[in-house]
Design a protein around this ligand. Structure first.
Ligand code: SF4
Length: 220
């Protein structure tokens, strides 16, 4: 299948909540986040692996896995996302989609087709900072947030990376205007550039802990 796989991780204990998962990274992204940890795969010219080989190895390893995560880059840009998910479904593993939320129709399509079991959606900034931080308008992301909140088919989490360009008041604005009504908000340390200390992050998270039933912190 012609699909641009930039790499894959054979085992991760942190990418699917409470599950042992493999992670497939699809090349290409329509955002340009200043802190991107996968900058080398943002263009589809990135190194590519054969999906058939990845699928064959996943098949051999599936007894030791609960799930597979389809990440990127931005997987919803891939024209072959649906057949890729259908092939992964045949393995009998849970499937999680990581997305930046810019293709709400694709997120809806894969959920309604029963092709994913969990979605993690990045909410990267409040609307007035979104363009500066990601290079894209936030409108489609807000549509994806709205859809995820409205559906009951799959669990999901909203995720925010604490780049130094986000302040406590930005988090509060996001918490009250975007996150409110969602089931889970994961706030994560920014791994690529100097950011906040663990103590500063804990203090920031305390201010927004009532914005969702589950506000969790990752990366401390
Ligand atoms: S959405 Fe993710 S992969 Fe795309 S530029 Fe931002 S951090 Fe990188």
């Amino acid at each position: 299948m012609p699909i641009k796989i930039a790499g894959w991780q054979k085992l991760s204990l942190i990418d699917y909540p409470d599950k042992m998962a493999a992670v497939i990274f699809l090349a290409g992204c329509n955002m340009r986040c200043h802190y991107c940890h996968n900058r080398h795969i943002l263009t589809v010219q990135a190194n590519q692996l054969s999906f058939d080989e990845v699928l064959s190895e996943l098949c051999q390893r599936k007894a030791w896995l609960d799930a597979v995560v389809v990440s990127g880059g931005e997987p919803t840009l891939s024209p072959n996302l649906i057949p890729l998910l259908q092939s992964l479904r045949s393995l009998g593993l849970l499937i999680k989609l990581d997305t930046n939320g810019t293709r709400p129709a694709v997120v809806r399509q894969v959920i309604e087709a029963g092709l994913v079991d969990y979605v993690a959606l990045d909410v990267k900034a409040p609307p007035r900072k979104h363009l500066a931080i990601t290079g894209m308008s936030m409108e489609p992301v807000l549509a994806t947030v709205k859809y995820l909140k409205s559906q009951k088919r799959v669990p999901y989490m909203l995720r925010t990376t604490l780049t130094p360009r986000l302040t406590t008041s930005d988090l509060l604005e996001m918490g009250h205007s975007i996150i409110k009504g969602a089931s889970c908000w994961q706030i994560q340390q920014c791994r690529t550039i100097g950011a906040y200390s663990d103590a500063e992050i804990r203090a920031m998270v305390v201010t927004v802990k009532n914005c969702a039933p589950h506000v969790v912190v990752k990366g401390l």
